[in-house]
Design a protein around this ligand. Structure first.
Ligand code: 5GP
Ligand code: MN
Length: 342
């Protein structure tokens, strides 16, 4: 099985490399509210394609979070509602379904070939070509293998972008998607000049005063229910206003809910700018599959990290979500160990 998988992987990578050789204009995008893997992967792929002489346009619905702006060319990522241009090829990165790109482009009419690169277990195979590898820690890891197979030596900014993708999607090498393979790749990246200490400072030791004040307010909302098995946190629009902290600075806040001893599922509710609507982030320990819960509400993710958007006032949304999580926790035996992060 393993050998067959490897063969298939080589084939799909070869096919993608052939498509790259035979085409000229490339569009790259990823999911709304991009994270370290989506930004790192888009920048690394963009750089690689440009070095092959291709015309590249990268665009997302939401802006690059501040902590990733140290990455070269991050300011070249366009933030737009709709891309009104035609391309030979579109790369869709880190999206388990097409809704995640937020309708940024009319793929049917504007793109000849769609390539889906993802690492979600439940990824819909929406591309003309699908390089989908659930055992990969991140899209950055999949790209590393593509670059290797191309024979083109990586340059410094690509190495850094891939490292950031793997670092953040494995939750600093703590989640269950932290495999021997991903450590091998990271060893290669460090040999090529990455300083884990410097990158960690940029990504994790760069919180702003307002963001920390927002965290402080958020922690005050902590509630633990279901006999100590579920913990949840809340961020309201008023809390953003009061502290000056921004939504894109809340990455990692949900982990504090899961950090509580004995808690099996941590939840963060974030009120959106649109009234009566909440972003819900889930993190779990062990066998609790929060992606199943997120899917019930039109979202998705991985077993131990998932998210969705739910309409309703705060009371209604909390009740719906907590009921669903309580059912899942009650139906699942607890074990140690977590699955992939992002
Ligand atoms: P976060 O809580 O960090 O926003 O999301 C955790 C993970 O859940 C993401 O990396 C992604 O895999 C998944 N996810 C979050 N929100 C959504 C959503 O609205 N739809 C889908 N399909 N997946 C989501
Ligand atoms: Mn990812």
């Amino acid at each position: 099985m393993q050998r067959k998988l490897r063969g298939e992987k080589k084939k799909i990578i070869n096919k993608i490399l052939k498509i790259i050789r035979e085409n000229r204009t490339f569009f790259i995008t990823s999911h709304m509210r991009p994270d370290g893997d989506s930004i790192g992967a888009q920048l690394a792929l963009g750089s690689f394609l440009k070095r092959l002489g291709k015309e590249v346009y990268i665009a997302n619905r939401d802006h690059v979070p501040a902590v990733y702006r140290f990455l070269s060319h991050s300011s070249d990522i366009h933030v737009v509602e709709k891309v009104e241009r035609n391309f030979d090829v579109a790369f869709i990165l880190d999206c388990s379904d097409l809704q995640r790109i937020g309708d940024i482009i009319d793929l049917k009419n504007r793109v000849k070939i769609v390539i889906n690169m993802d690492h979600h277990l439940d990824c819909e195979l929406f591309g003309d070509y699908n390089y989908v590898e659930p055992q990969a820690s991140s899209v950055a890891e999949e790209l590393y293998d593509l670059f290797k197979q191309s024979g083109l030596e990586m340059i410094e900014e690509e190495v850094l972008a891939l490292y950031v993708g793997i670092l953040t999607d494995t939750g600093r090498f703590q989640e269950a998607n932290t495999t021997p393979r991903c450590h091998e790749i990271v060893a290669e990246l460090i040999k090529k000049g990455i300083s884990p200490q410097v990158v960690s400072q940029k990504v994790y030791e760069s919180r702003t005063g307002p963001a920390l004040r927002l965290l402080s307010l958020t922690l005050r909302t902590l509630e633990v229910t279901a006999g100590g098995k579920i913990a949840h946190l809340l961020i309201t629009q008023d809390m953003y206003k009061e502290t000056g902290g921004r939504e894109d600075e809340t990455e990692g806040f949900v982990n504090f809910a899961r950090d509580v001893a004995g808690v099996e599922a941590g939840i963060l509710f974030r009120e959106t700018e649109i009234g009566d609507q909440f972003r819900v982030s889930f993190r779990s320990k062990g066998k609790i599959d929060v992606s199943k819960i997120a899917r019930l509400f039109g979202g998705g993710g991985h077993r131990n990290a998932a998210g969705c958007t739910v309409k309703g006032n705060v009371g209604e949304v909390k009740q719906k979500i907590l009921n669903a999580v309580s059912r899942e926790v009650a139906n699942t035996g607890t074990t140690e160990g977590r699955d992939s992060q992002c």
